[in-house]
Write a protein that binds this ligand. Structure first.
Ligand code: KG4
Ligand code: ZN
Length: 336
């Protein structure tokens, strides 16, 4: 069974074909970064219009690469995300499903991130702890089966990707800031500043990044006034504090849940220091998607759709949702 995956929740148009028998057989991604960079962030209307422009050509491209005329099913990101952008993918998926008379599955974007490591040669087995870290989310989830997601902790303010992006902006690194900040951090001293490790002394598994953001801002202002600003040291010390917080919280959650596997996924999962540190400090196995499938892509939606279809049979609802709790998802009927 070949599943066409469509991702249009934000600023990447991602399309892929995942075969239940052969794995991922084609994928394509168009990034809108250049279009939004001049505005310093994503402009929703520009995002929607560019998805309209790129989606069909990308679908034709992956079908051609896969050597098939039509898929057996279609999976699309139904939320959370920008509503106009979601509607482009949702409309296209449901229109094509009607034309091709095939099933269509509405996929939760964060479930796509969470299942992205299933694309790899050695996928994680259930149960595992998922550390989902993106531009909009920071979540620790106990995953016991497909659709069985218990939220253990989340951020009380900014998402960690947002903290990377805002800190990058403060340092004049532009949008999207996470990868640029991580690159600059490699040239800096991560011990230069003792930025706070937020929430580490508090019980539970929630996160907070606003205190760290403020500490960085105050230090940048102080150093600018004194004429001693070293942006690389600030970037390295910020990254160190953010990664320490994520790693310590994730390991504590895994240990308290008795889980010996951790999945790290979402855009910030591309951060090299995070990947290295969590593997070094966790007394268990850590799984990640390959770098290109950490950030938004169609392959993760295709594999999530394939797994949902194989467990639950035909899905026939049409929906898009701008806000959507991951914990509200059902376990597919056959997996219960
Ligand atoms: O998952 P994603 O592509 O989109 C959302 O669903 O939000 O994540 C994007 C986020 C952005 O905040 C971006 O700055 C961050 O992931 N990011 C990184 C890195 N690569 C992407 N943050 C830190 N280090 C990176 N290498
Ligand atoms: Zn994402």
């Amino acid at each position: 069974m070949n599943v066409l995956g469509i991702e249009t929740s934000c600023d990447e148009t991602g399309v892929a074909i995942y075969s239940a028998e052969r794995g991922l057989i084609a994928h394509a991604l168009h990034s809108q970064v250049d279009l939004h960079a001049v505005y310093g962030g994503v402009v929703p209307e520009i995002a929607s219009r560019d998805h309209i422009r790129m989606l069909l050509p990308l679908i034709q491209q992956v079908l051609g690469e896969a050597g098939i005329e039509r898929p057996d099913a279609i999976a699309y990101t139904a939320g959370p995300g920008l509503i106009g952008a979601l509607m482009v993918g949702g409309g296209m998926a449901n229109g094509l499903a009607l034309a091709w008379d095939c099933p269509v599955v509405a996929v939760h974007h964060m479930e796509g991130h969470l299942l992205a490591p299933m694309l790899e040669d050695e996928p994680p087995r259930f149960p595992f702890l998922a550390l989902l870290v993106s531009g909009g989310h920071t979540m620790l989830i106990a995953v016991h089966a497909l659709g069985d997601y218990r939220l253990l902790g989340t951020t009380l303010d900014d998402a960690v990707g947002e903290a990377f992006d805002k800190t990058a902006k403060l340092l004049g690194l532009g949008y999207p800031g996470g990868p640029a900040l991580a690159a600059l951090a490699e040239q800096g001293d991560d011990q230069a500043f003792a930025f706070p490790r937020p929430m580490l002394k508090k019980p539970g598994f929630d996160f907070s990044f606003s205190g760290l953001k403020t500490a960085v801002m105050l230090e940048v202002r102080r150093a600018e006034a004194a004429g001693t600003l070293c942006r690389a040291d600030i970037a390295a010390s910020f990254q160190r504090a953010a990664v320490d917080t994520l790693v310590a919280r994730a390991i504590k959650a895994a240990t308290s849940e008795g889980l010996d596997r951790i999945v790290v996924a979402g855009g910030v999962g591309a951060n090299k220091l995070l990947r290295k540190d969590i593997a070094a400090r966790f007394n268990g196995t850590v799984y990640y998607p390959r770098m290109e499938f950490c950030t938004d892509n169609g392959a993760m939606i295709a594999v999530a759709g394939a797994l949902r279809l194989s467990e639950a049979g035909r899905a026939d609802e049409i929906k898009v949702q701008a806000r959507w709790s991951l914990a509200s998802l059902d376990v597919p009927a056959l997996a219960r």
